[in-house]
Design a protein around this ligand. Sequence first.
Ligand code: A2P
Length: 343
Amino acid sequence: MNGLKVAIVGATGAVGTELIKLLEDSQIPISCLRLIASSRSARREVKFRGTSSLVDVIEDASDAAFDIAFFSAGGATSLKWAPQFAAKGALVIDNSNAFRMDSDVPLVVPQVNPKMLASRPNRGIVANPNCSTIQFVRALRPLAQSFSIRQIVLTTYQAASGGGLRGINELLTDAKSVLDGTGEPTSERFPVSLAFNVVPQVGELSDDGVSLEERKLVQESRKILGLPNLKLTATCVRVPVINGHSEAIYIELTEFIPLNNVRELLARELGIQLYEEAGCCAYPTPRLLDNHGHVHIGRIRTNPDDSRGLWMWVVANNLQVGAALNAVQIGELAYRNRLMGAQ
Ligand code: A2P
């Protein structure tokens, strides 16, 4: 197999921009990269490996045959176009919510369930999980494989970049108007103004009071880990951080496990960076992460009132680990499996 023809739909967005950067150094040999966005960005110049390409609208690229098509342009675009790209032979790696829970679409985190990429899915679509799900399942997998879990309670602290470039821009504009003492609080991308605030809602709230993000986190984690009965409940919170999601995870095990055993298991896991010292500042924070391809885990501790209870603090770059890097790693694994057999 020579160089691959690759498309990125949503190439000008927050995740698309990271995809372009990560593909520059990836193990996927690329002979042609087609960059696609909405008509707002048509003919914009974008550089890949030092060469400029012009951004296309999707209608102009939909007749072409690609080996891999990354989609990160929202659920509606994926629903409409991903099946058409797959029908023309592309392995679609979709970052939207459109297909994640479909039983015939694998939902993949290569460090957790790589077997799902052993053969090509019938529909030619692989789903990339939600950003907060990816860092959670990467931290949980070694523990879930070794210990018996009674239940997990999780709180997320999610950055503005989870809402795309519009989310980042809204936070910056909103913060500036607060600091300048000018203008009204802005809240288009987020339910209420995010600057200097904390918002306990990510995605729509349904009648039972659960948000879409909380539902995704629970359902997707069960699917990826292959634990349909995992007891997991979450509160997802948006915080005024530009990029980098944090999670406080409380795992109630069925028996006491010494912290050293927990640390040893996590330390063996590829791509996990442990902060083992106790004390002030010995933990990861989203703005000051040094390795953007890792899941960072600190403040591992036992609940002083219940020795079966384990806390940890998990931070990752949501645009990379939680989206673009996971998608590229799916592509790399699919390529190592030579795009997984028959089409
Ligand atoms: P554009 O930049 O032209 O709006 P983000 O998640 O950061 O908001 O980015 C969303 C990405 O999806 C952008 O690249 C955006 O392009 C792209 N996009 C939005 N609507 C469409 C569409 N109908 N067809 C192709 N790309 C789209």
